[in-house]
Structures are given as C-alpha cells and as structure tokens.
Design a protein around this ligand. Structure first.
Ligand code: HAM
Length: 419
C-alpha cells in the first residue's frame, strides 16, 4: 500500500521540537497582549473576492499563489494567504469600527501560499500578526514596530535588522506614479510586465530579473516625492525609533508583497537565514477598509513568520540545551502490576488537584519505567510498591539533584507545590 505523506511544502512541528515552536509563538503573542492587543480569531477560508480586492491582483500572492477552490455550493473560496484582509472584513461586518478607536487585535494561525517550497518557505506556514485600526498617527506606527522588536528581543534574537520606508499618502503616490510611469515607458518592457506595472508600478522595484533590476536603479524613488505631511510623519516615526534604541535602515526600494500598503512600511530581516530571510513585515494600509466597502479608517499592522523566527532562533543557538523542557512536575511509577490501579487513581487525584503529573504505563520493569521518568522531564518521581501503600509514605526523588525526601502520599501535592 502507498504510504501517505504530508502535502508538499507544509511545515509541521512535533515533539521535541514543537516545544520551541510553541515557545516562539507564545512569546510573540505575549508581546502583542502586553501592548493592549486583543485576540481576533477568524476563518481560515474566505470569499476569494476578499483577497483579490484587498491584497491586489498585481501581487504574486493573488495572481499565482492562492489556494482557491469551489465549495459544494459553487462559491469561490480561498485559503487565507494573509491575515489583514480578513481582519478588515470582520471589522466591517461586525461593526467593530463603531466601538472605541483604535481597534487593536492580534491573531495567530496557519496561512497558505502555493509558493515553490524551500528552506523557510512553506505552503502552509504560521504567523502571529497584529492590526491597529482607526488611528493615523506616527506614534501607533512606532508602537507596532516596537511590539515586533520587543518580541524578538524577548526571544533573545540578536542577528536581525529592520528596514523601513514610507509609501506616503495618496498625493505623494500620485505624483511619484506619474514620473515612474514615464520612466517605465522609456524601458523596453514585455507585455506581461507592462500589465503588472499598470496595476502597481512599484512592483518593478521587486522584479528579480537582472536587466530590470539594472534599469530600475535609475527609477525615481517614492521617498523623494513625499508630501510635507507624509515626510513629517515619517520623520517622527524615525525619531521615536531612535529614542527607543531600535536600530533601522531606510530602504527606499523596499516593496512589500501585498498591494494595500501606504505610509510607513517595514520589514525585519534575519542575517542567519539565507534566501528566506524575512522574519516579519508590515505597514500602514490607509485605503484598505474603504476599498472593502467599510468606513475610511486607516490602519497599520504586521505579520511575523513563526516558522522562520524559530529557524532564526535555532541558527543563533538559542535552543541548544539538551534539557527536556517539560510542564510535568511529578512522574509516578508502580513497582509491580498490583499497584497499577492505586497509582492510576493517585495520578488522577493529583491531576484534579492541579499537579501536572504522568505515570509509567504498561508492564515494564522498574528500570524501563525509570527511563520513562527521565525522558518525561518531570521534576520529581516516586515509586509506589505495597510497602508504600501500607505505610502511606513514599520517597520523593528530585530528578535533577537525585536527592530523596520521605513524604506522606497524602501530602504529595503540597510537597510538589512547595518545591
Ligand atoms: P507578509 O510580508 O506577506 O505580510 O508576511 C509576513 C511574514 O510571514 C513574512 O515576513 C514571513 O516571515 C512569513 N511568511 C510569508 N510567506 C511565507 C511562507 N511561504 N513560508 C514561511 N513564512 C512565510 C503579510 O502577510 C501581511 N498581512 C502583514 C501585515 C499585517 N501587514 C499589515 N498588517
């Protein structure tokens, strides 16, 4: 029979490595929560139109990478390639914009892009993201960037950098677009490239072909076209980052992979990851909500790539310790088959009292059970035979130091909690 394998290019995490994935994800989420962001939990699939309109048809994400299918009712459905469009849809649909602004939400989950798989690039990957909606203010731009930076520092990451730029307001982009289109007209572009440029000419800065990159070296830069207001806002963001000790590089050629961006945009890049080095990115998306049929509220957010951040942590040697990280406090072993029921009941009682504990299952000899206790990573272990049951006393072993303390079985939870 054919062995069934996971679909090509998906990431998956199982023990023992899954503990590090969980640690990374929870650290990122904590950074969002401590800055006042609240959970938003959204569907993994949406109406295809949402991404076409929200993310933009000139992007690779929409034109080449969406997992789109017809559902049983004949509707076109797409597995979410990113989180921002869905958040906007939900804010509009559930009238969240009628509440106090800004709306500050975080999300965490799987996203799907049919990209060519390689190290750090998957077809199902994980993001932790935040969105702050309803405030057009450089202070909130700074806050969003600082949340990501704080999360990376909390993980212990060192080798990463932050690129920022501004895509300005609509006036800035309109005057730049005029000159950029004139410039692009002077190049000998093929029809497909021209069609892309017509939707979003900034895409050409991101074109990987060598001749186009060379030609684009002389292209006018949006940063030189910022309106006075956009320039002031961008300067303010830089000032706030500098004051906070967050190092950054201004990269006027940075192009984000999604079309909704305006104003401040940014990317975090790890120096340890090779080609797929973007560990997170985001920016302002001031026209998006109106484009999707809602109020004209501004917004800014980011998506952090949990898979790549885990790889970066590993590359920086942050998880090198061979110690098993375990939530278990106590591991209980029955000396022989006769004590199994007693031990099962005891473990069940201890769990009811909130003690994280596990037991040796099966009919293994004591040596094998002790190995299980070691592997479990539990802080303490006890072996229970008929003597222990008769006397009500048991030897509580500290698994790290090997030291032993005689305690009452009835006091196990108190002892474990006290140590
Ligand atoms: P994005 O830059 O497309 O932005 O994705 C954010 C992060 O997700 C990337 O920096 C990367 O770490 C990770 N990522 C993206 N694609 C893959 C992949 N195929 N495999 C592994 N990791 C990947 C967004 O998605 C925007 N929604 C972020 C945002 C929120 N902007 C404003 N608000």
């Amino acid at each position: 029979m054919r062995e069934i394998q996971a679909p090509k290019g998906v990431s998956e995490y199982f023990p023992p490595r899954s503990q590090y994935f969980e640690f990374v994800r929870e650290t990122l989420i904590t950074a969002a929560k401590v800055s006042g962001y609240q959970l938003i939990e959204l569907p993994v699939f949406e109406d295809t139109e949402l991404f076409k309109r929200g993310v933009g048809e000139s992007t690779d994400v929409v034109s080449k990478e969406m997992y789109t299918f017809e559902d049983r009712g004949g509707r076109s459905i797409t597995l979410r390639p990113e989180g921002t469009a869905g958040v906007m849809r939900s804010v509009i649909e559930n009238n969240l914009d009628k509440l106090t602004l800004p709306i500050k939400v975080w999300y965490s989950g799987a996203f799907f892009r049919a990209e060519r798989p390689q190290a750090g690039r998957y077809r199902q990957f994980y993001q932790v993201g935040i969105e702050a909606i309803g405030l057009d203010d450089p202070e909130i731009d700074f806050e969003v960037i600082a949340v990501a930076d704080r999360a990376f520092k909390a993980l212990g990451l060192n080798s990463y950098r932050l690129d920022i730029t501004s895509l300005g307001d609509s006036a800035s982009r309109a005057s730049h677009r005029k000159d950029l289109l004139i410039f692009l007209d002077s190049l000998n572009l093929d029809e497909a490239t021209k069609a892309r440029a017509a939707i979003n000419p900034l895409r050409l800065f991101d074109d990987k072909r060598e001749d186009i990159q060379k030609a684009m070296a002389k292209a006018p830069l949006l940063l030189d076209y910022l309106s006075p207001e956009s320039a002031t806002n961008f300067a303010r963001v830089q000032e706030l980052l500098t004051n906070a000790g967050i190092a950054f590089t201004i990269n006027p050629r940075m192009v984000r992979g999604l079309d909704y961006y305006t104003g401040t945009t940014f990317e975090f890049v790890s120096d340890k990851l090779g080609a797929q080095s973007g560990i997170g990115g985001g920016g302002r998306y001031d026209g998006l909500m109106a484009e999707l049929g809602g109020n004209d509220l501004s917004g800014i957010g980011f998506g952090l790539g949990v898979d790549r951040i885990l790889l970066a942590c590993e590359a920086e040697g942050l998880f090198d310790s061979t110690e098993v990280k375990s939530e278990l406090e106590l591991f209980v072993i029955a000396l022989s088959a006769e004590q199994k029921i007693y031990v099962s009941n005891l473990v069940n009682d201890l769990r009811n009292q909130g003690i994280n504990c596990d037991m040796a299952y099966g009919d293994r000899a004591l040596k094998g059970s002790m190995k299980s206790a070691d592997k479990s990573g539990a802080r303490f272990s006890v072996v229970i035979g008929s003597d222990e049951i008769d006397s009500g006393n048991v030897a509580l072993k500290d698994m790290k130091t090997g030291s032993i303390k005689e305690v009452r079985i009835s006091a196990l939870s108190v002892e474990v909690n006290a140590n």
